[in-house]
Each structure stands twice: as structure tokens, then as C-alpha cells.
Design a protein around this ligand. Structure first.
Ligand SMILES: *Cc1c(COP(=O)(O)O)cnc(C)c1O
Length: 426
């Protein structure tokens, strides 16, 4: 009998994967999930230490999420959002708006993270154009930024392995020095941004940033002060600011929006996806201001934002997102703070042969200076033997676990990571 792995290799083109490596790195055949654990078809279990690419906030098979989706399935699984509206979408938009005190009170619905980036880039350009500033059409991103894989999103992404093959196809964005807590360079990064904006602001529509943590760059962190500085600069030079909270939103960094940790005014756009449905349905959201929204308000249809996708505002996905927000209304953030402390305590003794320990809420990362070739792949494979599903980025090992960290799971993670590290560096 052919294994699920062989069938998958033949028929399924896996994402973010060199398919020729699958013989050496066979995909885990997963049958079911329960809490932080995934179970393969032989019954072996694995702790989902990266929340399945940062989406499963409450682990797997979360009862309240499933119940919300089932209830919605029995009433209205889908209806188009042009010419119709429905309670789950309206409620979700109202609740997100309220979380920004109404400052980002207009919500557009996308299908995934990259599509949210596309929507925000288009809205920024189009808002300027509608105001008679069609010359503001350039985009700015940070060094090592990641905003998704479609051509527009990739144009504001600076991760070489994802970008280089398609470079000839991409729009020419400005790529500016990024802050990195390991380098202590925030003042220089802001100065570089000032230089660019001072010179080119008449042609620039927006700056896009991953607040507090550049995830795909390898959990590169900066302080809330950098974001405050960036907000001040973009205001000074009349440029939109897009906060891409696709990875860092939904309580991951200690506040519901990472943006809330600085004392600055809100960004012009804020993007959510990944955790917003807790790993159940694909959905993204673009939140924006009265100012941007009103630029599209006209009797002229073509001045409107005519973008759509077939499943825009899908009720099942909105019901799931509302159930996620219920958790935050019921005190999830306080709980997360206790969980983050537990993680920090459990990992404190584990410092030999590692550097640059850093943590922001429920993201913990460190670097491995003596990492051997193919470290990420080797670590991932070795970890399986310790019941751990984890995918390092380069020589950075990170945990972005479900919000299910008690003393036992924290101790388990520290022991499994230590054992894996010992195997790989042996
Ligand atoms: C994952 C991610 C995206 C892209 O989201 P997809 O759903 O994978 O398209 C964009 N920005 C950031 C910061 C991300 O982490």
C-alpha cells in the first residue's frame, strides 16, 4: 500500500518546500489534533510549537470555535457581500473598530494575509489618486520584511529566498534599514527613513511595517518607540502607514494589537489574518480610517474601491473570528501574560550554545551561532523524535505556541528544545 506521504509527494505540491527534498524530509501524516497536540496516523503525538504557521491560537479542536462555526453552518454558510450584508460581518467589523476606539472604523474583508496586503497597497494608492495625488505611487518597506507571496505583496517583501526568483516581475519598492534589537540601531533606522521620506515623499504612497516583530526575518524585534517615531515621520511627510499585524495581532505580543504598545496615534491601515480565526477558516481584514474611506466617497463608481473576492466576508469565517474575539473579551490577554512568564521561566536555564534570547509576549526566540549546514531542516527532523513540531528560520529557533501554556507544557517545551539542540549540535 502506498503511504499517505508517497501519495502526497505525487499529488500535492507542498508550500514553502523544495519538493525534491521530501524523500529526506517526509511530511508528517497528521490524522487529528487536540489542544497543542497533533497526532499522526500511527498515533504518535507532536506539540505544535509554532501554532501551525502562527494561526492556531487556541490549539486544535477548540470547542467554542467549532461550535460557533457549526451554528453558522446551519443558518448561513455563505452569501455575497455586494448587495447583501449579514450579522457576522457587521458584528466583526464593529468589534474590531471598537478595539481601535473607532479610529480604524472601516473594515474590508480579504481571503488571506497576502490579499490583505494587496488591498491596503491598492487602497493607499487609490485614496491619494482620488485626492488628486496620482503621483504618490511608490511603496516603502523595511529590510528583511515579509508581507506575503503574491506579486504585490512580494514587491514589499525583502526575504531573498522568497523574492529573488521573481525579482524581474516585481514593483520597485524602497527598502529601508530595519531596526533590530540585536544591533541597537533604532535611531539609525529612523534616520534612514527620514532621509528617504524627505527626498521622495511627493512620490510615496505608504510605508508598510510589521509592528514589534519581523516574523519571517527570524523573529527580529524592535521597541514600541521605533513605531512611534515611524508614525511621527509618516505624518510629517504626508505618507500612509500600514501596520501589518497578520502575525503579531490577536494577542501574540501581549496586547490585542501590537500597535497598542506604543503611545503613538493609530496607523492609517491595520491588517489582520492568521490568528483571527484561530486556525479554522481563511480570512483577512483591512482596517482603515475615516480619512482614507472618505477619499472613495463619490457619485462616481470608478472612484470607489471595486476590489472583491468571491468569498468576501464569508459568514463562517466571520463567525469564527467573532468567537476568537469572545475569548479576548473574556480576559485572554491577562492569561497570555501569565503564560508568557511561564515560558520565560522554563527556558531561563537553557542558554549554553545559544545567543540573543528575545521574547515579546508569546513569541520566544534565540539564535544558534554554531548552527551546522541545513540547520533548520535538521532541527525540524530531530525534534520529531522528541514529540515536537517546530520549523526554525535559518539559525533562529523560535516558539510561537498556542495560548495553552501551563507549567507542564512550558516544561515539556524547554526539555524537548534542549534535547533537540543537543542532538543537532552533537
Ligand atoms: C504570513 C504573513 C503574511 C502573509 O499571509 P498569508 O496568509 O500567508 O498570505 C503577511 N504578512 C505577515 C507579517 C505575515 O506573517
Amino acid at each position: 500500500m502506498t503511504s499517505l506521504q508517497d501519495r502526497s509527494r505525487a499529488a500535492v505540491w507542498h508550500p514553502c518546500t523544495q519538493m525534491a527534498r521530501l524523500a529526506d524530509v517526509p511530511p508528517l501524516p497528521i490524522a487529528r489534533g487536540d489542544g497543542p497536540w497533533l497526532f499522526d496516523t500511527d498515533g504518535n503525538r507532536y506539540f505544535d510549537a509554532n501554532s501551525s504557521w502562527w494561526v492556531n491560537l487556541f490549539g486544535h479542536s477548540d470547542r467554542p470555535l467549532h461550535d460557533a462555526i457549526k451554528a453558522q453552518l446551519d443558518t448561513l454558510p455563505h452569501v455575497m457581500l455586494a448587495g447583501c450584508t449579514h450579522e457576522p460581518a457587521v458584528r466583526l467589523a464593529e468589534r474590531l473598530s471598537a478595539r481601535t476606539q473607532g479610529r480604524l472604523g472601516h473594515v474590508f474583508f480579504g481571503s488571506d494575509g497576502a490579499s490583505a496586503v494587496e488591498i491596503a497597497l491598492k487602497q493607499s494608492f487609490h485614496a491619494w489618486k482620488n485626492r488628486g495625488r496620482a503621483d504618490k505611487r511608490e511603496f516603502v518597506c523595511l529590510k528583511n520584511s515579509y508581507h506575503g507571496e503574491t506579486l504585490g505583496a512580494l514587491s514589499v517583501t525583502d526575504v531573498q529566498v522568497f523574492r529573488d526568483a521573481y525579482d524581474p516581475l516585481l514593483m520597485r519598492a524602497h527598502i529601508v534599514a530595519s531596526p533590530d534589537s540585536r544591533l541597537g540601531n533604532e535611531a539609525e533606522a529612523l534616520a534612514a527613513m527620514r532621509t528617504l521620506l524627505a527626498e521622495r515623499h511627493a512620490s510615496i504612497a505608504c510605508v508598510i511595517v510589521e509592528p514589534l516583530v519581523q516574523g519571517a526575518a527570524g523573529m527580529v524585534m524592535h521597541s514600541p518607540g521605533y513605531l512611534k517615531g515611524l508614525r511621527e515621520l509618516t505624518r510629517e511627510f504626508g505618507v500612509h502607514l500600514i501596520a501589518d499585524e497578520i502575525a503579531v495581532g490577536c494577542g501574540r505580543t501581549g496586547s490585542f494589537f501590537a500597535w497598542e504598545q506604543n503611545q503613538a496615534d493609530w496607523p492609517d491601515f491595520l491588517l489582520l489574518s492568521k490568528g483571527i480565526t484561530g486556525g479554522t477558516m481563511a480570512l483577512s481584514l483591512v482596517l482603515t480610517t475615516d480619512e482614507v474611506f472618505s477619499a472613495f466617497w463619490s457619485e462616481d463608481v470608478t472612484r470607489g474601491f471595486l476590489h472583491s473576492h468571491s468569498y468576501t466576508g464569508n459568514p463562517l469565517a466571520c463567525a469564527a473570528a467573532n468567537a476568537v474575539l469572545d475569548r479576548f473579551d473574556a480576559g485572554q490577554l491577562e492569561d497570555n501574560r501569565a503564560q508568557a512568564d511561564r515560558l520565560a521561566r522554563a527556558f531561563t536555564p537553557l542558554t549554553s550554545r545559544t545567543t540573543h534570547w528575545r521574547q515579546r509576549g508569546m513569541i520566544l526566540a534565540f539564535d544558534v551561532p554554531e548552527a551546522p549546514p541545513r540547520f533548520a531542516e535538521r532541527f525540524h527532523l530531530a525534534a520529531r523524535a522528541h514529540e515536537l513540531l517546530i520549523r526554525p528560520i535559518g539559525s533562529t529557533v523560535y516558539l510561537m505556541p498556542p495560548y495553552l501554556i501551563d507549567d507542564a507544557t512550558a516544561a515539556f517545551l524547554a526539555a524537548a528544545v534542549t534535547a533537540t539542540l543537543n542532538d543537532v549540535l552533537a
